[in-house]
Design a protein around this ligand. Structure first.
Ligand code: 13P
Length: 247
């Protein structure tokens, strides 16, 4: 049985005041039946560690460099994230792929670095609107996920979380319909099953793209949707908690 998992990707939004208020609200009210993870920007991770001490809410980084240390100005390594108390890290978010030219090979290298440090990589995949309109959704998703399926062992993949985020639904208010999302999630689970059936049964596949408290229940009610990776709606405690507790 896969537990509901809800993750909040704050992207480049935070301040000390916001962190205090948001994490207090989430930590005090997170439902026990849901695994809750937040991804604040890197400069706030130590403060998040402090704030979430003793809470069931976990936190992680939004990005990492595949190297462990050295002359990489501005970059953050997996071991630094672990040192700050992180348990997870986002890898291959579409904004990283598009704005920072991250390739499938980069995504694999970062996923390996995260796993080697003991972090849970949240591997993000998804098609653009142009790709969907050209009927390339499955081809794009397959290529992106195969980069990790072919590069990692079943044991490594068992420690990953997957997130399907159609690029056209991110920050646009245009959510994929539950049926549209379920169709792609089932396809992704099928691809994982070609590697290992038990792995596919146990893997968490999150949906991301304009998830709100008002649409979470229907999305998460789909057979192959195991929770959400939430952007904008994760910046307000009440809205985020509504997503964490969609019953
Ligand atoms: P929104 O929820 O703002 O659409 O963002 C989704 C996302 O990119 C989460 O990683």
């Amino acid at each position: 049985m896969r537990r509901l998992l809800v993750a909040g990707n704050w992207k480049m939004n935070a301040s000390k005041v916001m962190l205090n208020e948001l994490l207090s609200g989430i930590a005090e009210n997170a439902p026990q039946q849901t695994d809750v993870v937040v991804f604040p920007p890197a400069p706030y991770l130590l403060a998040a560690a402090d704030k979430l001490q003793g809470s069931s809410v976990k936190f992680g980084g939004q990005n990492l460099n595949a190297n462990d240390s050295g002359a990489y100005t501005g970059e953050v390594s997996a071991s630094m994230l672990v040192d700050c108390g992180c348990e997870a890290v986002l890898v291959g978010h579409s904004e990283r792929r598009t704005l920072f030219a991250e390739s499938d090979a980069d995504v694999l290298a970062k996923t390996e670095a995260a796993l080697a440090a003991g972090l849970v990589p949240y591997v993000c995949i998804g098609e653009t609107l142009a790709e969907r309109d050209a009927n390339k959704t499955e081809a794009v998703v397959e290529q992106q996920i195969n980069a990790v399926l072919n590069g990692l062992t079943v044991q490594q993949l068992a420690k990953c979380v997957f997130a399907y985020e159609p690029v056209w639904a991110i920050g646009t208010g245009k959510t994929a319909s539950p049926e549209q999302a379920q169709q792609v999630h089932a396809f992704i689970r099928g691809l994982i099953a070609t590697k290992d059936e038990e792995l596919a049964l146990n893997s968490h596949i999150l949906y991301g793209g304009s998830v709100k408290a008002s649409n979470a229940k229907e999305l998460f009610g789909q057979k192959d949707i195991d929770g959400g990776l939430v952007g904008g709606a994760s910046l307000k405690a009440e809205e985020f908690l509504g997503i964490c507790n969609p019953a």
